[in-house]
Design a protein around this ligand. Structure first.
Ligand code: AMP
Length: 182
Protein backbone atom coordinates (compact mmCIF):
# COMPACT_ATOMS: atom_id res chain seq x y z
CA UNK A 1 0.00 0.00 0.00
CA UNK A 2 1.57 3.28 -1.16
CA UNK A 3 -0.25 6.35 0.08
CA UNK A 4 0.00 10.11 0.22
CA UNK A 5 -1.77 11.97 3.01
CA UNK A 6 -3.04 15.33 1.95
CA UNK A 7 -4.72 17.58 4.44
CA UNK A 8 -4.62 21.07 5.84
CA UNK A 9 -2.35 21.73 8.80
CA UNK A 10 -4.25 20.50 11.86
CA UNK A 11 -6.29 17.95 9.88
CA UNK A 12 -4.77 15.08 11.88
CA UNK A 13 -2.81 13.57 9.03
CA UNK A 14 0.22 12.84 11.22
CA UNK A 15 -1.92 11.12 13.87
CA UNK A 16 -3.86 9.03 11.35
CA UNK A 17 -0.78 8.16 9.34
CA UNK A 18 0.93 6.86 12.49
CA UNK A 19 -2.03 4.56 13.22
CA UNK A 20 -2.06 3.11 9.70
CA UNK A 21 1.72 2.71 9.66
CA UNK A 22 1.47 0.64 12.81
CA UNK A 23 -1.52 -1.38 11.61
CA UNK A 24 -0.12 -2.25 8.16
CA UNK A 25 3.61 -2.13 8.98
CA UNK A 26 4.39 0.61 6.48
CA UNK A 27 7.29 2.99 6.01
CA UNK A 28 6.58 6.61 6.92
CA UNK A 29 8.03 10.02 6.20
CA UNK A 30 6.79 13.43 7.28
CA UNK A 31 8.72 16.11 5.42
CA UNK A 32 7.69 18.53 8.21
CA UNK A 33 9.50 16.24 10.69
CA UNK A 34 12.52 16.05 8.37
CA UNK A 35 12.72 19.86 8.31
CA UNK A 36 12.13 20.25 12.06
CA UNK A 37 14.92 17.76 12.80
CA UNK A 38 17.28 19.43 10.32
CA UNK A 39 16.59 22.78 12.01
CA UNK A 40 17.17 21.34 15.50
CA UNK A 41 20.43 19.74 14.30
CA UNK A 42 21.42 22.98 12.53
CA UNK A 43 22.33 21.16 9.32
CA UNK A 44 22.72 23.06 6.02
CA UNK A 45 19.19 21.91 5.06
CA UNK A 46 17.88 23.17 8.40
CA UNK A 47 19.52 26.55 7.91
CA UNK A 48 17.95 26.86 4.46
CA UNK A 49 14.48 25.82 5.67
CA UNK A 50 14.20 27.59 9.02
CA UNK A 51 12.82 30.98 7.98
CA UNK A 52 10.10 29.33 5.87
CA UNK A 53 8.87 27.14 8.74
CA UNK A 54 9.02 30.10 11.12
CA UNK A 55 6.92 32.18 8.72
CA UNK A 56 4.41 29.40 7.92
CA UNK A 57 5.44 29.32 4.27
CA UNK A 58 6.33 26.34 2.13
CA UNK A 59 10.01 25.58 1.73
CA UNK A 60 10.75 26.36 -1.96
CA UNK A 61 10.42 23.45 -4.37
CA UNK A 62 14.10 23.48 -5.36
CA UNK A 63 15.12 22.81 -1.75
CA UNK A 64 12.45 20.14 -1.22
CA UNK A 65 13.19 18.44 -4.52
CA UNK A 66 16.90 18.51 -3.76
CA UNK A 67 16.45 16.37 -0.67
CA UNK A 68 13.50 14.18 -1.59
CA UNK A 69 15.43 11.40 -3.38
CA UNK A 70 17.35 10.73 -0.22
CA UNK A 71 14.15 10.75 1.85
CA UNK A 72 12.35 8.36 -0.50
CA UNK A 73 15.18 5.89 -1.06
CA UNK A 74 14.82 4.09 2.25
CA UNK A 75 11.04 4.12 2.02
CA UNK A 76 10.93 2.42 -1.34
CA UNK A 77 12.58 -0.65 0.17
CA UNK A 78 9.55 -1.19 2.44
CA UNK A 79 6.46 -3.10 1.35
CA UNK A 80 4.46 0.10 1.44
CA UNK A 81 4.61 3.62 2.77
CA UNK A 82 2.77 6.76 3.75
CA UNK A 83 4.02 10.18 2.72
CA UNK A 84 2.79 12.84 5.13
CA UNK A 85 3.17 16.42 3.94
CA UNK A 86 4.77 15.58 0.59
CA UNK A 87 3.90 16.45 -2.13
CA UNK A 88 2.52 19.91 -1.35
CA UNK A 89 2.78 21.53 -4.78
CA UNK A 90 2.13 20.36 -8.34
CA UNK A 91 5.88 20.33 -9.25
CA UNK A 92 6.50 18.13 -6.17
CA UNK A 93 3.69 15.78 -7.25
CA UNK A 94 5.18 15.53 -10.74
CA UNK A 95 8.60 14.76 -9.30
CA UNK A 96 7.13 12.08 -7.03
CA UNK A 97 5.34 10.49 -9.97
CA UNK A 98 8.57 10.42 -11.96
CA UNK A 99 10.55 8.82 -9.11
CA UNK A 100 7.87 6.22 -8.37
CA UNK A 101 7.46 5.54 -12.10
CA UNK A 102 11.16 4.66 -12.46
CA UNK A 103 10.88 2.34 -9.44
CA UNK A 104 7.64 0.84 -10.79
CA UNK A 105 5.97 1.58 -7.46
CA UNK A 106 3.03 3.85 -8.31
CA UNK A 107 0.77 5.35 -5.65
CA UNK A 108 -2.35 3.38 -4.71
CA UNK A 109 -4.27 6.30 -3.24
CA UNK A 110 -4.09 9.88 -2.05
CA UNK A 111 -6.07 10.45 1.12
CA UNK A 112 -7.51 13.89 1.69
CA UNK A 113 -8.61 14.52 5.28
CA UNK A 114 -11.38 17.12 5.26
CA UNK A 115 -11.83 19.29 8.35
CA UNK A 116 -13.61 22.65 8.53
CA UNK A 117 -11.52 25.74 9.07
CA UNK A 118 -12.57 26.71 12.65
CA UNK A 119 -11.79 23.20 13.83
CA UNK A 120 -8.34 23.29 12.16
CA UNK A 121 -7.47 26.53 13.94
CA UNK A 122 -8.72 25.16 17.27
CA UNK A 123 -6.61 22.01 16.90
CA UNK A 124 -3.46 23.89 15.91
CA UNK A 125 -3.76 26.31 18.80
CA UNK A 126 -4.22 23.35 21.17
CA UNK A 127 -1.07 21.49 20.06
CA UNK A 128 1.20 24.48 20.83
CA UNK A 129 4.00 23.64 18.40
CA UNK A 130 6.66 26.33 17.87
CA UNK A 131 5.45 27.00 14.30
CA UNK A 132 1.78 27.24 15.39
CA UNK A 133 1.33 30.90 16.41
CA UNK A 134 -1.86 32.82 15.45
CA UNK A 135 -0.11 34.50 12.58
CA UNK A 136 1.64 31.42 11.17
CA UNK A 137 -1.58 29.40 11.46
CA UNK A 138 -3.35 31.96 9.29
CA UNK A 139 -0.50 31.95 6.77
CA UNK A 140 -0.18 28.16 6.73
CA UNK A 141 -3.90 27.75 6.02
CA UNK A 142 -3.75 30.32 3.22
CA UNK A 143 -0.65 28.58 1.82
CA UNK A 144 -2.49 25.26 1.96
CA UNK A 145 -5.47 26.62 0.03
CA UNK A 146 -3.31 28.31 -2.58
CA UNK A 147 -0.50 25.82 -3.19
CA UNK A 148 -1.57 22.41 -1.89
CA UNK A 149 -5.33 22.23 -2.40
CA UNK A 150 -4.91 22.18 -6.22
CA UNK A 151 -3.37 18.73 -5.71
CA UNK A 152 -6.86 17.41 -4.99
CA UNK A 153 -7.97 18.07 -8.58
CA UNK A 154 -4.61 16.79 -9.84
CA UNK A 155 -5.05 13.44 -8.09
CA UNK A 156 -8.80 13.34 -8.74
CA UNK A 157 -7.97 13.41 -12.46
CA UNK A 158 -5.67 10.45 -11.96
CA UNK A 159 -8.40 8.53 -10.14
CA UNK A 160 -6.33 8.36 -6.95
CA UNK A 161 -8.11 10.82 -4.62
CA UNK A 162 -10.06 9.47 -1.63
CA UNK A 163 -11.60 12.19 0.55
CA UNK A 164 -12.84 11.55 4.06
CA UNK A 165 -14.51 13.78 6.62
CA UNK A 166 -12.00 13.74 9.47
CA UNK A 167 -14.27 15.13 12.17
CA UNK A 168 -15.06 12.33 14.64
CA UNK A 169 -12.75 10.85 17.25
CA UNK A 170 -9.28 9.64 16.26
CA UNK A 171 -10.60 6.03 16.32
CA UNK A 172 -13.66 6.84 14.17
CA UNK A 173 -11.56 8.58 11.54
CA UNK A 174 -9.10 5.67 11.56
CA UNK A 175 -11.97 3.20 11.00
CA UNK A 176 -13.26 5.21 8.03
CA UNK A 177 -9.77 5.22 6.61
CA UNK A 178 -9.30 1.49 6.97
CA UNK A 179 -12.74 0.99 5.38
CA UNK A 180 -11.91 3.01 2.27
CA UNK A 181 -8.53 1.33 1.92
CA UNK A 182 -9.90 -2.22 2.15
P1 AMP B 1 3.95 19.90 8.51
O1 AMP B 1 4.49 19.32 9.76
O2 AMP B 1 3.70 18.87 7.43
O3 AMP B 1 2.75 20.79 8.72
O4 AMP B 1 5.10 20.87 7.91
C1 AMP B 1 5.62 21.93 8.66
C2 AMP B 1 6.31 22.93 7.74
O5 AMP B 1 7.39 22.29 7.02
C3 AMP B 1 5.43 23.53 6.66
O6 AMP B 1 4.70 24.64 7.13
C4 AMP B 1 6.48 23.92 5.60
O7 AMP B 1 7.15 25.11 5.98
C5 AMP B 1 7.49 22.80 5.69
N1 AMP B 1 7.19 21.68 4.76
C6 AMP B 1 6.88 20.39 5.10
N2 AMP B 1 6.70 19.63 4.01
C7 AMP B 1 6.90 20.46 2.95
C8 AMP B 1 6.85 20.28 1.53
N3 AMP B 1 6.54 19.09 0.98
N4 AMP B 1 7.09 21.35 0.75
C9 AMP B 1 7.40 22.56 1.27
N5 AMP B 1 7.46 22.81 2.58
C10 AMP B 1 7.21 21.76 3.43
Amino acid sequence: MRLVFLGAPGSGKGTQAALLVHRFDLGYVSTGDVFRKAIADQTPLGKQAKSYLDDGLLVPDEIVLGMIHQVLDGLLLKKGFILDGFPRTIPQAEKLEAILGVKKQPLDAVISLEVREEELVKRMLARKRADDTDETIRIRLATFHKQTEPLKAYYQNKGLLRSIEALGSVEQVCQSLVAILS
